[in-house]
Ligand binder design. Sequence first.
Ligand code: PLP
Length: 441
Amino acid sequence: NANMGRPAPDRARSSNLYRRGQRVFPAGVTRATIEKDPLPIYLERGEGAYVVDVDGNRLLDLNNNFTTLIHGHGFGPVVDAIGDVLRQGTCFANPMEHEIALAELLVSRIPAVEYVRFVNSGTEAVMYALKAARAFTGRSSIVRFEGAYHGGYDWAEAGQNGIGEAGVSGRRLPKLGYRGAPKAVADSVIVLDFNDASGLEEAIAPVASDVAAILVDPMPSRAGLLHPSADFIAALSSTARKHGILIVADEVLNLRQGYAGASARYGLEPNLVAAGKIIGGGFPIGAIGGRADVMAVFGTDDKAPLVLQGGTFSANPVSMIAGRIAMEALTPDAFDRLEELGDRVRNGLAQAISKRGAPFSVSGATSLFRIHPKMDVPATYRAAQMSAQEAATMRALSRHFLTYGILLPFGAAACLSTPMTAAEIDRVVAVFDDFLAQGEP
Ligand code: PLP
């Protein structure tokens, strides 16, 4: 094995920066989602499919800022356009043509979207979509699926880390996950199993008169990057229709699954869509989109808003222009190419696993994939949960990838970007195969 015995990369500068960070940030970093195994890798710059860290190591980036950078780093057309924007002003309290142009693009591509409102993050997009659903239906509760990540909004967070003990009602209440949310949130969040088509109607029917929305990510990444079954999609539609519940599709991450987004790909017909990440071209963004009658809760020419949505930086021209340019470059051909590369990486990894008879599996679709330390692809959040030993195996895998110059996100979707080629994909597969060849740590 030619790669065996490669020395660990130098991380002296990252180590020094971490020590500084620890003096000013709780836990040393500004986001809980930063990998620290054993220390965060501080970056200096990005170049297409690669990033360069402060110690001069060049790494293939399979994280792409949590799947945001579908064109990789420093995408030429965005960089060229934004240079001029910076000189002309970066945020205004008056509207600009740029926001109309990006909204037009989203409306033309995403079947469920007739009207749009822009915000600054995916968290805000989900938050306003849930508020809109409550305002439209006059109901309070939200149904969501165990383990799915929907951002940092209280109602979206409850149930992200599973379901807890039975409450006074006898119903098992969601774990709030973290301590910042009021306890009352748990009473109005119903957490169900993703892909449990037969249990859906039964679970919702008794409480349906107070359910405003079913919040669903068509392929929840943190829950395991689970593939939605056709039965499940059909059950969502029939239960929602029967009880007058709105479907809110969280496509913040999965809009990257195709020209028309993930709901269209999997046959889901949402009333509201929350978007983010790729639609900002690398700048902060979120969007709520939906049918005109539902979006009317944000106000109409003759009616005051039922949900007040503003935002100091919402629809700033930098995000709007970068987003439109990045999205325009995502032609149907670009999506086809990403999907081909995705198939290549998933098939390559799966072949290495079967060749070695290793206890791993691969989930995902289009430009997304996730490696599981499990014989079978997990079908549920529970099945995707790692034991301490499995987590240790995955940490060892991430470290192995790092040693060979590849950044693989831990416990979340890895993603491809348009500057990647078959050469990068084959290297990912070869480095994984090399890990399997060395056997379990
Ligand atoms: N929803 C999903 C499915 C996400 O993956 C994320 C972010 O990772 C969010 C919502 C929250 O988006 P943001 O981090 O922009 O607030």
